[in-house]
Design a binder for this molecule. Sequence first.
Ligand SMILES: Nc1ncnc2c1ncn2[C@@H]1O[C@H](COP(=O)(O)OP(=O)(O)OP(=O)(O)O)[C@@H](O)[C@H]1O
Ligand SMILES: [Mg+2]
Length: 257
Amino acid sequence: MPRARDLRAAIAEPVGRKPDPRLPLLTCAGLARTFGTGATAVVAVYDVTLTVARRARVALTGPSGSGKSTLLHMMAGLETPTAGQLSWPGLGGHPLRYPGRVGIVFQGPSLLPALTVAENVSLPLLLAEATPSDATRAARNALELLDIGDLHASLPEELSGGQAQRVALARVLAARPALILADEPTGQLDHATGFAVIDVLLAACDELDAALIVSTHDPVVAAHLSQQWTMRDGTLRPEHGNLRPEHGTDLSAGAGR
Ligand SMILES: Nc1ncnc2c1ncn2[C@@H]1O[C@H](COP(=O)(O)OP(=O)(O)OP(=O)(O)O)[C@@H](O)[C@H]1O
Ligand SMILES: [Mg+2]
């Protein structure tokens, strides 16, 4: 988990700007994250340079341990880079200052065990100062969208892994973010449900005018997204003509190793 001290320092940057729709949502240059120091240091992400355009639809693939989750956590502002620049010009500033503008679906379990499904989904809205009735309505709608409305009163321990994954997705969609980062959101779903979830995600992003980055090990899921980013050994590599400058996404990825 990111250290609170690092995060406080990261969001202490002067911000307060309104999101500027002419600017890309996120840019980073030479981005790196090393865990630990000395002989045991692990270079999780290395020299990543990219821009996330508005309405981008990106599949992030790569072998296990190649740095996908670490990169997504940095994009969400939850992990502090150890080198490089990262900013969110089209979102007005660091995501932790503006809850709701970036939504992340974590790869692992992330629901609060003492809260019901509906309470888990509505909590971020309440923290962002929505009224209880608005939060409840948005949570119900998002759960219905993912076909799990009947689970609203269940506790996380009563859910299957795939159901919990869909609740986590509903929690993100209910907040209507401008950038959605989904870390293997179909990893615990059967193929049919996985495709249904990706279709819901894509439709929700269209409706929200949001950008979407989905990390996945499933090439069929990846093919549903219009852009493909591949990580190898912590760095991002354009492959097979993936560069799509017409979509405004720069995939130049540094020298690699
Ligand atoms: N908090 C941490 N402390 C130490 N090492 C870490 C930490 N988080 C990630 N790593 C290491 O960084 C590397 C990249 O991990 P990451 O989880 O980003 O990979 P990934 O591409 O998401 O893998 P997977 O496909 O299995 O989810 C791995 O070697 C991992 O062991
Ligand atoms: Mg991962």
